[in-house]
Ligand binder design. Sequence first.
Ligand code: PLP
Length: 391
Amino acid sequence: MSHDLSHILNHLGEDRELYFNAVSPPIIQTSNFVLPSIDALREAMQDELRHHLYSRGNNPTVEILRKKLAALEHTEDALVFSSGAGAMTSAVVSLIEQGDHVICVRNPYSWTKHLLTQFLPRFGVTATFVDGTSMEAIEQAIRPETKVLFLESPNSMTFELQDLSACAELARRHGIFTCIDNTYSSPLYQNPADFGIDLVLHTGTKYLNGHSDVVAGVICGSHALIRRIFNRVYMVWGPLLGPSDAALMIRGLRTLPLRLSRSDSSARILVERLKNHPAVEGVLYPGDDDFPQAELAKKQMRGAGGLFSILLRERDRRALCSFAESLERFLIAVSWGGHESLVMPMAAFYDMPGKPDPDHPINLVRFYIGLEDPDLLWEDIRKGLDKLYQR
Ligand SMILES: *Cc1c(COP(=O)(O)O)cnc(C)c1O
C-alpha cells in the first residue's frame, strides 16, 4: 500500500499478527531481549539499530513510532529521544569534530542557543548567529571549518523563515550539513527533506504527541546519517524514549491532522480579528497574507498551525502582565502544541533580578490556539484588549 497520510498514521509499522491481532500496539515494557542462539546474538551485536537486543538501542514499540515519523518526513529513517533538546544536541554533536564551526539562525529555541553558546565552546566548537532571512548573511558566515548550518524555519516566537532549497544548495556546495528544527510546522505543513535539508528535527512534546503529557524528541534523515547519530551519540548518551511514552505518541499521532487543522483554522480566525483591534499594533503569523515572508511561506509550507504573536500598543510591564492574567480561557504557560490554548507575555521576563531583559520586545505576546471554540477564545481576548485600550 502507498504511504499516504491515512495509512502512515493508522497502520504503517503495525504488524498486528505479531501481537494477537491487537488493533492497538502493545507497550513492550522490557529492557532486554532473549536471543535464540549465539549466532543470533553475534548478529544482533553487529547492528543494534535494526535488531532487538537491548532497549537503549531499539525496542519494538519505539520502532513503530520511528517508522511512522520517517514516513511523515519523507526520509529513510528516524530516531526518537527523551526530549526535543536531546534530539537537537544529538544531531549537532554527531556532525562535528573539535574545532568545527556552526552557523545558526538568530533567535533559535532557547536551549539550542545554550547548546551553541555555553556547551559546545567548552569543546572548541564555535557558532555564528545570522539573520536567516538573508542568504547573503548566511553565505558570509561560512568559514573553512564550518560543518553545520542549523535552521529553525519558522522559529517559535517571531517566526522568521529561511529559504530551505537555497540553504540546502549553498550548504551542499560548501560540504556543510543542514539541520532544521521543524517543530513549528510539524511534518504535515512542511517537509524540509523535500528541499534537500539533511536532518529534520522535532520536539515530539508539541504537535506530534499533542496532549501535553509526554516530553519527546525526533530526528529524521537518511539511513547513513541516522546510523551516524546512533553510533556516535545515541548509544553513548542513552537519550532514548521509553516504550510507554512511544505508545502515547503513536496514539497522539492518530489525530495529528484533525488537531492541526482545527488549531490552524481557529488561529486564522483570531489573527483576522486581532489585526482589526485598536489595541493591537501588529500580528506575526506566517499564515497571514501581511506576514513579511508570506510568499516564501506559501512556497515551502502547507499551513501554519496554532502559534502566533501579537505586538500591543501598550508598553507598561504591569499592564501587559495584567492583560495576560485577565484571560480566562488561556493558560499562562511555556510550551505549546497541546489541546489547550496558552498565552505567554514577553513582559513577564522583563526586570528579572540578575537576568538580562529578553531579545524580544516587551509588548510581544505569544498565543497558542488549542482545540477550544474559537469564538469563545476571541470573546475572552477581546474583553482583555478592550480594557487595555480604554486605559
Ligand atoms: C519546545 C521546543 C523545543 C524543545 O523541546 P523539548 O521537548 O522541550 O526538549 C525545541 N524547539 C522548539 C521550537 C520548541 O518549541
